[in-house]
Design a protein around this ligand. Sequence first.
Ligand SMILES: Nc1ncnc2c1ncn2[C@@H]1O[C@H](COP(=O)(O)OP(=O)(O)O)[C@@H](O)[C@H]1O
Ligand SMILES: [Mg+2]
Length: 265
Amino acid sequence: MSSIPTVKSNDQTAETNGQNVLAARVRELQKHYVLKSETVRALRGVSFDVPEGDYVAIMGASGSGKSTLLNLLGCLDRPTSGSFVLGGDDVATMTDDELSQIRASRIGFVFQSYNLIAQLTVVENIEVPLYYMGQLNAESRKRCKQLAAMVGLGDRLDHRPTQLSGGQQQRVAIARSLVNDPYFMLADEATGNLDSVTTDEILALFQMLNDQGRTIIMVTHEDEVSEHAKRMIRLKDGEIQIDKRIENRKTFPPEVIKKISMGTD
Ligand SMILES: Nc1ncnc2c1ncn2[C@@H]1O[C@H](COP(=O)(O)OP(=O)(O)O)[C@@H](O)[C@H]1O
Ligand SMILES: [Mg+2]
């Protein structure tokens, strides 16, 4: 495992043997929910690649299949059919144990509700995934502190979640999502609980991480959020309606990005 706050260098996101390195490869993914009276075809054959370093916004009306797709990408569930290749392995064929192992070790979840542990400090919350993997030691603790500093919480290491603003709590969650050097960050309405100023701060942080080579897949229903991504995938009735690069994506100027790691006050 590479050292944690060290971001992927550009040549790792570039071409290898003439082929893009893929963070995820999805082919003809279907997910059916079998109920007593009917079968809900939540995903009806979805295919796309996510190259390393991409920044994807998944959009679509309520019921279009966004959460279902996110659950599959996050290895929380297996597809009914089709394949999802992560780091050379097809998730569709994994056992429950293998799924939870890959979830804990290689996926960076960021939730709308932050999901921090109230009794733990900032740095302890960031350490949680390492604890579960039995990888908590002096060196990895140091990396967690560096991650906290990278998201602008270097002066808040011993604060508890209740002593932090919503935006600061989400920064903790983002730092936590990176401790395992994930294939990609998976953000589910990550700014859904935040006001517009704080939303911009989180989006600026995503931009910084993506500029450093992190792959980001986020679900959002807000155009103002998706406009910051590099690519938009729109689902409709369980199928991909649009998959396009975002022209003229919105970006934050360098001085805003520079401020991120300097604190949140
Ligand atoms: N666990 C489930 N059991 C049965 N149907 C489900 C389940 N989860 C989602 N669905 C159905 O699948 C479709 C897609 O849902 P979902 O992925 O949650 O969409 P979105 O997140 O875009 O709102 C909807 O029709 C929804 O009712
Ligand atoms: Mg949903």
